[in-house]
Design a protein around this ligand. Sequence first.
Ligand code: HMG
Length: 440
Amino acid sequence: MTAVGIDAIEIWTGKLALDLAETFAPAKDDNPEKYTKGLGLRASSFPDTYEDIVTMGANAAKRLMDRKGLEPDDIGRIDVATESAFDNSKPVSTYIAGCLEDVYDGDFHHANKGERKFACVAGTQSIDDAYNWIKAGRNRGRAALVIATDTALYARGDPGEATQGAGAVAMLVDEDPNVVELSTHQGYGSADETDFLKPNQQFPSVDGKRSVQVYLARMREALEDFESVAGRTHPDDYAYIPFHTPFPGMVRKAALLGFRHMTRDTEVEDGLADEIGRQPRETDFEDWDAYEGAIREYMDALKETDTYDTWYARAIDPTLTLSRQVGNWYTGSVHVARASALKTAAETGRALSGEKLLLGSYGSGAQAEIHSETVAEGWREEVEALDIDEQLSRRYDLSFEEYGRVHDAHNHEKERELEEFTVPGGEFVFTGWGRMNERT
Ligand code: HMG
């Protein structure tokens, strides 16, 4: 069977940055540690006023196609995952294809284009669609371009404001992939939920505290469903476990839940028994509340142990390095987490080919997907080609007052002349609705 998976990745960050400790916290009269330690974030990325989901997606895709030496004819499918779409009819992939056609000789007239929406999990769903299309033999030797692109903005003053972000991740899904091979091992946790939604509105209505609980509940269900396909799974089976990262503090909670679930009835639980007791069993309690209380107590003790700490430092912390600097990228977030882990492995000289990753994707509304991947032979070269560190260091640092103007510009004032904070060069820029395909 031919291996199918992610062959190449490119990341494009919005060119502006809002520093949460230095700029946001003082303006809000908050303790900076609420953001840096509590949420685990240092900064958010924002698009400059000439950037949006189309330009960021097209710029990431162009870099990827140039680096891989691809022409439009090599691509049989363009899927864009976004929850920031501005057009209820044309998919964002047509706008992005239009941009790319302006700079390549060929065109994408025979490529299938679409737009996937299920909040943040849509990026992973698009990868799944591309995998299925290739495995079904309908690709005629061509690859799929999957682009996850979002501007994650909340209303000013909303508690979610500290978790904003903007950027795009372009991924090439192909046979004999260089980065990761995908498998049929997947599990889902899915339910109709209303804690985060945008029905015909610009900013999400969010019940933030409940959204955290819904994320954890769906993730636990997805893990159980995954185990029903892949069999019992152990935290040490995986080199890294990248989760959807609205903010690193959310991943701290998800990782603890996952570790406890995966170590029940294992030598890890046995080894920890003297220190923190055994995991509570539902049958030992009269009601669900008492059982849940005991689980919470066990998890509080678990996170203080060296065993957990060592595992977290190895398998989880490296997935958060980029997210800390960019905030929530919605559909791109879990793919940034994967890239972050692989980048750390490359920088520390770790051998990774053949090792497994477990991905925890999530979208409000709500659905979690857990799936496993195997790192491919060519991963290091692909990851070393990323220039995300340079992009991050080139971002313009916004003052709080400038941040307010940028927030307004992206949401209300696209039609008029807008101030720009950075100078575009050799990239797609927004020049007005329907005229987004110009390169400077
Ligand atoms: P909040 O209510 O302002 O913050 O917003 P808080 O008071 O809960 O504090 C946050 C954490 O900082 C807490 O840690 C505090 O204890 C800690 P925790 O108890 O949770 O571990 N803290 C401090 N730590 C150190 N020093 C201090 C300090 N002060 C406080 N001085 C909230 C938090 C998540 C509600 C808000 O950011 C929000 O509404 N975010 C948007 C929704 C969201 O991101 N939800 C996450 C799950 S849903 C999801 O991921 C899907 C999503 O990506 C959308 C999609 O799928 O499309 C959002």
